[in-house]
Design a protein around this ligand. Structure first.
Ligand SMILES: *[C@@H]1O[C@H](CO)[C@@H](O)[C@H](O)[C@H]1NC(C)=O
Ligand SMILES: *[C@@H]1O[C@H](CO)[C@@H](O)[C@H](O)[C@H]1NC(C)=O
Ligand SMILES: *[C@@H]1O[C@H](CO)[C@@H](O)[C@H](O)[C@H]1NC(C)=O
Ligand SMILES: *[C@@H]1O[C@H](CO)[C@@H](O)[C@H](O)[C@H]1NC(C)=O
Ligand SMILES: *[C@@H]1O[C@H](CO)[C@@H](O)[C@H](O)[C@H]1NC(C)=O
Length: 931
C-alpha cells in the first residue's frame, strides 16, 4: 500500500535540502569515495493495480567511465509476501539479462512501460513510505535513493541515499557496470556472500574481498571467488538486548565484487539488473525459512546419504574398491556409500566403463552384493563431453545440437578426456538428451546418485582452441590438466574484456580464463558472460530431473558449483581443500555459510584432498567430519591412501565419532526434514539458537547440529584440550552423560580432548531421539530408539521438547500425509517434584508398520533420585512391566557459579521399555522418595 498520508512535510523539506547540497558539492573533486556517476532522479512514480510501485528514473549526468550510462531506468517495488520485499531496477527501454524465470521460478516484474497511464500517479516531489508488510520501502527522489525499514523495530536495514556528512556512491547503471551502495550500522554482523574460504571466520570481515563468479580454483585460495555464487547475506543486529536478523539477496548471476567496509556495502556488478529481495526475519531461522520459501526448499535426502561416504581419485580397479569396502567392515567403521572418481571410466569419458579395470559383469555383481546390504554406489560425471566420433554420448549430443557455441561451432575446451564440448543446460533439448544419457548409463550401471564436478565450468585451456594436427592430447591423470590444444586468447569483444575487471580468481585474470569464453553463446543467444555462474545450477536442475525419472527414487546429487536455489536439487562439498589444520578450521565456516545459502547438505573432504594429512590431523578431521551434514573422506590421485582404517589411531577415532553419528541418524534425518520444510540448516552457527548472545556472533570453531547439539572439536595440532564457548544454560556431554556444564551467563570452558575424544554437548530443554547405531545406516535404522531428555540442571521447574520424522526414505517426496511417514513430538516437564514425559503421534501407521520401539529413556538434570516403584508407564506401575529397570546416578557439574565450582544433579535411566514409537505414551513419576 502506498500511503501518501504518512508523508511528513519536514521530510520533504529535508529532501529538497539534500538535493541542493548534493548538486553543489558534486562539483568539488577528491571527495571519498570516488563517484562514478551523479546518480539518477526519480521523474515519475505510480502504483500498479496489484499494489506494486513503479518508478521512472532518469540519469542526472552522463559519463563514459565503464561505458555510457543507461538514460532511463524502471524501478519496480513490491511487497511479495508479508516478509519479503522486492526492489527491481532495470533499463526502461530494453529487456536485460536476468536469471531465467524457468530455472528459478518467481514473479515477473511488469513489462517495460506497459503500466504507464493505467495506474495512479504519485506526485514525485513527495517522498513516501510504501508499506503493507513487515518491511517499509521509502525513497528520496533526487538523487534517487531508497531505504528499507523493518516495521516491528524501526531498524533501517538498507539505505542507498547519500548525504554530505556521510557520502556513499550514487546509483550507477551501465550496460556492463552496475553499482549501488548501502550504509550499515557499525555493529551489524553480516554472514554470507560466497562461495569464499574466509580465514576470518563466518562473520564478514571489513575490507576482505568478496568476489562472486563461479571458478575452479581450489578452496585453499582465501577470500577468492570459488565454485559457487551466492549474492546473499544475513545481517544480525543486537539492539538493546534484542536480536534482529534479516537477509538481502541480489538476484544477479553476473560476476561481481562486493565491498564490505564495516559501515557500508557496495556492489559492483558487470551486467544484468538490480533485483533485490529483502527478507524481514527477525530470527535467523525465520530468515532462512523466508529465503528458502523463495529460492526453493532444500532437497530431501535419502537416509543413506546421512551415512558415511568413502571416495578417492585413484581407485585403479574394482578390486581396490572391493577391498576398501571390506576393510571398513573389518575395522568396524561405519560405511554407507562407496564412490568412484573417474577411474571407472573408459578414457575419462562420462557414462562409460573401463572394460579392463571395471568390467561390467564384475561391477554388477559387486553392486548386487553391496545393494543387498543397503550400501550405495556413486560415480562422478563432468559436464565436458569428450570429442570422439566413436563415442555414443558425443554422437547423440552432436545429433541433438546440445552444445554451447562459439562463432556457430561447438565451443572446444579440454578437461580430463582431452578435447571436450560443453552441454548447454539452458537448452531444453540438452536437458532431454542429458536425461536420456543418464537413463542409458543407469541401465549400464545402477548407480544410486551422481556427483557432478568441474561445472563452474572448469576448462584446462582458455580462449578459442583447435585440436592440434598430428598431436594426440594426453587424457586423464599425469599431465592431463595441462592445455594441449592450440589456443588463442579472445580479447576482441567487450564480453571477453569488459570495462570493469572483477577480481576473478583473486588474481584479476580475465573472466574467460580457464573456463568457457565469455563471448560463447547458449540457447536463444544467451551469452556465457551472463549465464556463467548458473552453469552448475542448470546442470543440477537437469540432472535432478533425470534422476527423478529413474526407479521413482529420491535423487541424490552432489554438485561442486552452486547458485541461488541449488539446494533444492543438490548437496555440496567444499571442493579441493588441503590436508592442513587451517583447512580443517575453514571447513566449518564454509559449511555454516552453505546452511544460510539454502544448501544444508554440505561437508568438506575429510582429512583433506591434498597433500597427505598427518595421522593426528586425520584423527581430528574425522572428529569434525563425523558431524558434517555430508560426511565424506576424499583424496587426490597423488595423495597416499587415507581411508580411515589406514591408521589404527584414526580408525579408533572414527569408530568413536562415526559410531556416535550413526546413533544420531534419526536426529540428523529429522533435521533433514526440517531443512526441507523450513530451510533450517542442519549445521548451524550458535547464533541461530542464541541470537541475543553476542559473544557467539563470530564463533567459527564450534557449531550446532539442529538447535541443541554442540560440537566443540580440536582444530589445532598437539592440543589435548579445547577452549569452548557455552551459551547460558546446562549442557550435557553426549559421550559421558554424567558430565554437565552449567553456564549461567555464558562462558568459555577448557574441555579435555585427548586424541580420540570429540566433545559433543546437548543443551537443556531437549529431547533427543537416538538409536543404537551400526555399520550401515539401513541396519542402524532397524534398532530400538532411546530418548535423552535434558532439563536445566537441578532446577525444580523445567520443560523439554523434541521431534522425530520417519518415512520411506526412497520416495521422491518427503512429506507427511502419504501413508509412508510418521511425525512424533516428544514433550517432558519437571514441576513440583513430578516428572512427565510423553509423546504425540501424527500419521502413526508408518512407524507402527515398522514396529519401532523406544527401549530407553534417560533424563538428565533432575534434582533427586527416583525409586523404581514410583515410575508409571501409561498410568501403570513400571515395576509390573517385565524387563523394565530404573536406575539413578549422580551427575557432576562443572559450574563456576557455585562455590568450589562443582555441584551435582541426578540422571535417571528407565530401560527395558518397549514403547511403540507409533503410539503415544506417557512416562511419569514423583521424585523425592529417595535422595
Ligand atoms: C537514509 O540515509 C539518508 C542519508 O544519510 C538519510 O537522510 C535518510 O534519512 C536515511 N533514510 C532512512 C529511512 O533512514
Ligand atoms: C588392481 O589394482 C591394484 C593396485 O593398482 C593392483 O595391485 C591389482 O593387481 C589390480 N587387480 C586387478 C585384478 O587388476
Ligand atoms: C575415442 O574413444 C575410443 C574408445 O574409448 C578410444 O579408443 C579412442 O582412443 C578415442 N579417440 C580419441 C581421439 O580420443
Ligand atoms: C592469455 O591470457 C592469459 C591470462 O591473462 C595469459 O597468462 C597468457 O599469457 C595469454 N596468452 C597469450 C598467448 O597471450
Ligand atoms: C583480489 O583478491 C585477492 C585475493 O583475495 C586480494 O589479495 C586482492 O587484494 C584483491 N584485489 C582487489 C583489488 O580487491
Amino acid at each position: 500500500m502506498f500511503s501518501s498520508t504518512s508523508l511528513s512535510l519536514s521530510f520533504l523539506a529535508l529532501l529538497l535540502c539534500f538535493s541542493a547540497v548534493a548538486e553543489s558539492s558534486s562539483s568539488k573533486s577528491n571527495k571519498p569515495p570516488a563517484k562514478i556517476g551523479q546518480g539518477y532522479r526519480l521523474i515519475a512514480a505510480e502504483e500498479t493495480p496489484d499494489g506494486g510501485l513503479i518508478g521512472h528514473l532518469q540519469v542526472k549526468q552522463k559519463n563514459n567511465v565503464y561505458g555510457p550510462d543507461i538514460p532511463y531506468l524502471q524501478l519496480f517495488v513490491k511487497h511479495e509476501t508479508d516478509n519479503r520485499l522486492r526492489v527491481h531496477i532495470t533499463d526502461a527501454d530494453k529487456q536485460r539479462w536476468e536469471v531465467p524465470y524457468n530455472l528459478l521460478p518467481r514473479e515477473s516484474p511488469p513489462a517495460l512501460k506497459q503500466t504507464i497511464g493505467r495506474s495512479r500517479k504519485i506526485p514525485i516531489t513527495e517522498s513516501s513510505e510504501y508499506s503493507g508488510s513487515q518491511l517499509i520501502f521509502s525513497f528520496k527522489a533526487d538523487p534517487f535513493g531508497f531505504a528499507v525499514k523493518r516495521k516491528s523495530d524501526g531498524q533501517v536495514l538498507f539505505n542507498t541515499s547519500s548525504d554530505e556528512s556521510d557520502p556513499l556512491g550514487e546509483l550507477v547503471f551501465k550496460d556492463q557496470y552496475l553499482e549501488i551502495s548501502t550504509r550499515l550500522p557499525k555493529d551489524a554482523s553480516l554472514y554470507g556472500l560466497g562461495e569464499n574460504t574466509q580465514p576470518h571466520g563466518i562473520k564478514l570481515y571489513p575490507n576482505d574481498p568478496y568476489t562472486l563468479y563461479t571458478t575452479d580454483i581450489s578452496a585453499i585460495n582465501l577470500n577468492a571467488d570459488l565454485y559457487g555464487s551466492h549474492p546473499v547475506y544475513m545481517d544480525l543486529r543486537n539492539v538493546g538486548g534484542e536480536a534482529y536478523a534479516h537477509a538481502v539477496l541480489l538476484l544477479n548471476s553476473n560476476g561481481m565484487d562486493v565491498f564490505y567496509r564495516g559501515t557500508s556495502l557496495t556492489y559492483k556488478v558487470i551486467g544484468g539488473v538490480f533485483d533485490f529481495y529483502f527478507f524481514a526475519g527477525p530470527t535467523p531461522l525465520g530468515v532462512v525459512d523466508q529465503y528458502t520459501s523463495f529460492i526453493g526448499r532444500p532437497a530431501p535426502m535419502p537416509y543413506w546419504a546421512l551415512g558415511f561416504h568413502q571416495c578417492r581419485w585413484g581407485y585403479h580397479n574394482l578390486s581396490v574398491v572391493e577391498d576398501v569396502v571390506e576393510s571398513y567392515k573389518k575395522a568396524q567403521i561405519p560405511l554407507d556409500v562407496i564412490w568412484n572418481d573417474d577411474d571407472h571410466m573408459d578414457g575419462h569419458k562420462d557414462f562409460t566403463l573401463n572394460p579392463t579395470n571395471y568390467p561390467r559383469p564384475k561391477l554388477l555383481a559387486f553392486l548386487e552384493k553391496i545393494h543387498s546390504l543397503g550400501m550405495k554406489y556413486i560415480v562422478i560425471i563432468d559436464p565436458g563431453i569428450g570429442v570422439n566420433s566413436t563415442y555414443g554420448v558425443y554422437q547423440r549430443g552432436i545429433a541433438n545440437d546440445v552444445f554451447i557455441k562459439y562463432e556457430g561451432e561447438p565451443f572446444l575446451a579440454q578437461v580430463w578426456p582431452g578435447p571436450v564440448y560443453f552441454p548447454d543446460f539452458l537448452n531444453p533439448k540438452t536437458v532431454s538428451w542429458w536425461g536420456d544419457e543418464i537413463h542409458r548409463f543407469h541401465e549400464l550401471v545402477p548407480v544410486d546418485g551422481l556427483w557432478i564436478d568441474m561445472n563452474e565450468a572448469s576448462n584446462f585451456c582458455s580462449g578459442k582452441c583447435k585440436i592440434p594436427k598430428g598431436k594426440q592430447c594426453p587424457s586423464g591423470t599425469g599431465p592431463g590438466w595441462i592445455c594441449c590444444l592450440d589456443c588463442k586468447n579472445i580479447t576482441k569483444t567487450r564480453w571477453d574484456d569488459p570495462p570493469y575487471k572483477i577480481n576473478a580468481s583473486g588474481l584479476q585474470v580475465p573472466i574467460g580464463y580457464k573456463t568457457i569464453a565469455t563471448s560463447a553463446v547458449h540457447y536463444n543467444g544467451v551469452l556465457e558472460y551472463d549465464a556463467h555462474s548458473i552453469y552448475g545450477f542448470s546442470q543440477s536442475v537437469a540432472t535432478h530431473k533425470a534422476l527423478q525419472g529413474l526407479e521413482g527414487k529420491r535423487p541424490f546429487i552432489l554438485s561442486r558449483s552452486t547458485y541461488v536455489g541449488s539446494g533444492k536439487y543438490a548437496a555440496h562439498w567444499t571442493g579441493d581443500n588441503k590436508g592442513t589444520w587451517e583447512d580443517l578450521k575453514y571447513s566449518i565456516s564454509t559449511m555454516l555459510n552453505f546452511g544460510i545459502f539454502g544448501v544444508p547438505m554440505v561437508g568438506s573432504d575429510i582429512c583433506g584432498f591434498y597433500p597427505a594429512p598427518t595421522e593426528e590431523l586425520c584423527n581430528r578431521w574425522i572428529e569434525v567430519g563425523a558431524f558434517y551434514p555430508f560426511s565424506r573422506d576424499h583424496a587426490n590421485y597423488y595423495s597416499p591412501r587415507q581411508e580411515l582404517y589406514q591408521w589404527d589411531s584414526v580408525a579408533q577415532s572414527a569408530r568413536n565419532a562415526l559410531g556416535m553419528r550413526y546413533k544420531l541418524l534419526p536426529y540428523l534425518y529429522t533435521l533433514n526434514y526440517e531443512a526441507h520444510v523450513s530451510g533450517a540448516p542442519i549445521a548451524r552457527p550458535l547464533f541461530f539458537s542464541f541470537p541475543t548472545y553476542t559473544e557467539c556472533y563470530g564463533l567459527s570453531t564450534q557449531f550446532l547440529l539442529g538447535s541443541s547439539l554442540l560440537i566443540s572439536p580440536v582444530l589445532e595440532q598437539g592440543k589435548t584440550e579445547v577452549k569452548a564457548l557455552f551459551p547460558p544454560g546446562s549442557w550435557y556431554s553426549l559421550f559421558d552423560m554424567t558430565q554437565t556444564i552449567v553456564s549461567k551467563g555464558g562462558k568459555y570452558v577448557m574441555l579435555d580432548a585427548p586424541l580420540h575424544v570429540v566433545n559433543v554437548h546437548l543443551y537443556q530443554n531437549t529431547i533427543l531421539p537416538m538409536q543404537q547405531g551400526g555399520l550401515i545406516s539401513k541396519e542402524a535404522r532397524k534398532t530400538p530408539f532411546s530418548l535423552v531428555v535434558t532439563f536445566p540442571a537441578g532446577e525444580s521447574e523445567g520443560k523439554a521438547q523434541g521431534n522425530l520424522f520417519l518415512d520411506d526414505d526412497e520416495l521422491p517426496e518427503m512429506k507427511l500425509g502419504n501413508g509412508k511417514s510418521t511425525y512424533v513430538d516428544f514433550y517432558a516437564t519437571v514441576s513440583g517434584g513430578s516428572v512427565k514425559i510423553w509423546s504425540e503421534v501424527q500419521e502413526a501407521k508408518f512407524a507402527l508398520d515398522n514396529a519401532w520401539i523406544v527401549e530407553k529413556v534417560t533424563v538428565l538434570g533432575l534434582g533427586r533420585r527416583v525409586d523404581a516403584s514410583a515410575v508409571e508407564i501409561d498410568g501403570k506401575p513400571a515395576t509390573g512391566v517385565s524387563g523394565v529397570e530404573v536406575s539413578s546416578a549422580e551427575q557432576v557439574h562443572f559450574d563456576d557459579d557455585k562455590d568450589g565450582g562443582k555441584s551435582t544433579s541426578v540422571m535417571v535411566e528407565v530401560k527395558g521399555l518397549s514403547l511403540l514409537v507409533g503410539k503415544k505414551f506417557e512416562l511419569a513419576w514423583n521424585m523425592g522418595i529417595k535422595n
